[in-house]
Design a protein around this ligand. Structure first.
Ligand SMILES: CC(C)(COP(=O)(O)OP(=O)(O)OC[C@H]1O[C@@H](n2cnc3c(N)ncnc32)[C@H](O)[C@@H]1OP(=O)(O)O)[C@@H](O)C(=O)NCCC(=O)NCCS
Length: 147
């Protein structure tokens, strides 16, 4: 599938982000009681979060990635998701590559998430620091990419 990676900028983009965010939450944790508009408002208000959308030529958005700028040189990936029906076609890799700058990028990933860990390793992420437990009680691996 041909996709363009675009910066999420306007309200329609926030609605697309919100739909993908809710789908990601359903997949990872089950039910979610927030509306699309409510989640979109949260994304719009998060001035320190930068989000990219994977937009197909049909116009629909099929994935996203978001990061927080920790310092001038360092980013932390907060979210990443590709719609299940278009996985394994290079979209996750394209989104991640678009975020790999300027000097180092870190993230945490659930230790049981083999597809995501394989993707991060493929793009050069290495384990960084001890495992940590998230708010859902899951053991999370810290990983880091550096130039
Ligand atoms: C992880 C995720 C973003 C990958 O997206 P994707 O578009 O399917 O990934 P790509 O097609 O770009 O795959 C790139 C590489 O990742 C690895 N990979 C992706 N899916 C994989 C799978 N199911 N099993 C093993 N490796 C996998 C492979 O190394 C692959 O390279 P290859 O195609 O040459 O083998 C997607 O599975 C997803 O959205 N999962 C649910 C949300 C999630 O886990 N987010 C990350 C939270 S930390």
């Amino acid at each position: 599938m041909n996709v363009a990676i675009v910066r999420a900028a306007d309200w329609p983009d926030m609605l697309e982000l919100a739909k993908l965010h809710i789908a990601a939450h359903h997949e990872a944790h089950g039910g979610y009681d927030r509306t699309i508009e409510d989640v979109a408002r949260t994304w719009q208000a998060a001035a320190d979060i930068h989000a990219l959308l994977a937009r197909a030529s049909s116009g629909e958005c099929v994935g996203f990635i978001a990061h927080r700028q920790i310092s001038g040189d360092e980013r932390f990936i907060t979210d990443m998701y590709v719609r299940p029906d278009v996985r394994k076609s290079g979209i996750g890799q394209k989104l991640l590559r678009a975020t790999l700058a300027p000097k180092s990028v870190s993230l945490t990933v659930w230790g049981g998430n083999a597809p995501a860990i394989a993707l991060y390793e493929k793009l050069g992420f290495l384990p960084a620091g001890p495992a940590i437990v998230d708010q859902h009680g899951r053991s999370m691996i810290q990983m880091k990419w550096s130039v």
